[in-house]
Design a protein around this ligand. Structure first.
Ligand SMILES: C[S@@+](CC[C@H](N)C(=O)[O-])C[C@H]1O[C@@H](n2cnc3c(N)ncnc32)[C@H](O)[C@@H]1O
Length: 322
């Protein structure tokens, strides 16, 4: 795997790879644990994601379902050419259980450096590792263990809204790109004041403080009743107005059709936990993210919606000038 210069994000000194971790000249050591280099420990604002992705490690992975959703989304959103990615250094930030990690590894010949702040990296390793073109790091986007300006491509899907300082997140991603490199992000969009008139934003002040197991058990216990209520309101034609007030994910708007009853339930519980547990949920206007890309020197910036089946993603992409 082609070498990216690794640095200790706290003192900027180069890191050497040893058999059991990374080491700098001051003898600071970051261990290799369960397939990932641990730059941070698990105790941070993303522990809900670590819990979620280890519990639902296979739920959204294309190869463990019959659905090609991640594959279609990845290439539709990035517009990247599979052949062109051969031998390129790609950075994925906020990889979760690795649904897109799998797509890059199985459908391209790129070298992938995949990062998540939570111990979801362990779920990613179970799904995708070990692999000669994959390196996994548990690290924050704000303190990445890479020297700047080394990556040909950077992608960051479903993460921006879950970070405390979204503009700084964009800047941190831009800094990782080589001249000529490309960045693609997708995120929760905000359309207007009504975006937040939703059970998610009404209940989150309470649910995000709950411990992960308690929240999960509550969602699991009520899932069947909530799915029935959602279906009932949709059937009688009022779902468009009422379902946003049900404490359940948007089944019709986001989940694939024709799932088995069991698979649907599993995806609903995962997505509902994902709605209620994050510490940060800051949807953004596409225009705002486009402006940050431009502010940080990106060229050819494009922002808009990309549809894949029923899934609608707010995407912004651009290129760092040569
Ligand atoms: C909703 S998940 C998205 C996972 C995956 N990209 C996907 O689309 O399925 C958001 C992920 O971002 C990660 N994350 C949040 N803040 C982060 C940060 N500061 N640095 C790196 N990852 C972060 C979380 O741990 C979580 O796994």
């Amino acid at each position: 795997m082609s070498q990216i210069l690794l640095v200790n994000p706290y003192n900027k000194k180069p890191l050497q790879v040893t058999v059991d971790g990374l080491l700098d000249a001051d003898k600071n050591r970051f261990p290799l644990k369960n397939g990932a280099y641990k730059i941070v420990n698990d105790n941070n604002y993303t522990d809900n994601f670590g819990y979620q992705w280890n519990l639902f490690a296979g739920t959204q992975i294309d190869k463990s379902t019959d659905i090609q959703l991640s594959y279609k989304r990845f290439f539709a959103q990035t517009g990247w050419d599979k052949e062109d990615l051969s031998g390129k250094n790609v950075l994925e930030v906020g990889s979760g259980a690795g649904r897109f990690t799998q797509i890059v590894l199985d459908h391209t010949k790129a070298n992938l450096y995949s990062v998540d702040y939570s111990n979801a990296v362990e779920a990613n390793f179970k799904n995708n590792g070990p692999h000669e073109r994959l390196q996994l790091y548990q690290a924050s986007v704000y303190e990445l263990p890479f020297a700047p300006a080394q990556f040909d491509k950077v992608f960051c899907f479903g993460v921006l809204q879950h970070t405390p300082d979204v503009e700084k997140t964009v800047l941190s991603l831009v800094e990782m790109l080589k001249p000529g490199g490309e960045l693609v992000v997708d995120f929760y969009p905000i359309s207007g004041w009504w975006t937040k008139l939703h059970a998610k934003y009404i209940l989150r002040p309470f649910t995000k403080k709950m411990d992960n197991a308690t929240l999960y058990q509550k969602i699991d216990k009520h899932a069947d009743g909530l799915i029935k209520a959602y279906r009932f309101f949709s059937k009688i034609g009022i779902g468009k107005f009422t379902n946003r007030f049900l404490p359940i994910c948007d089944i019709d708007g986001t989940l694939p059709a024709n799932l088995s009853k069991e698979k649907l339930r599993e995806m609903v519980v995962l997505d509902t936990f994902d709605m209620f547990s994050p510490q940060y949920d800051q949807p953004q206007k596409i225009k705002t993210v486009v402006n940050w890309f431009k502010k940080y020197g990106m060229a050819g910036v494009w922002g808009g919606y990309i549809y894949e089946g029923k899934f609608k993603a707010a995407v912004v992409k651009g290129k760092k000038p040569m």
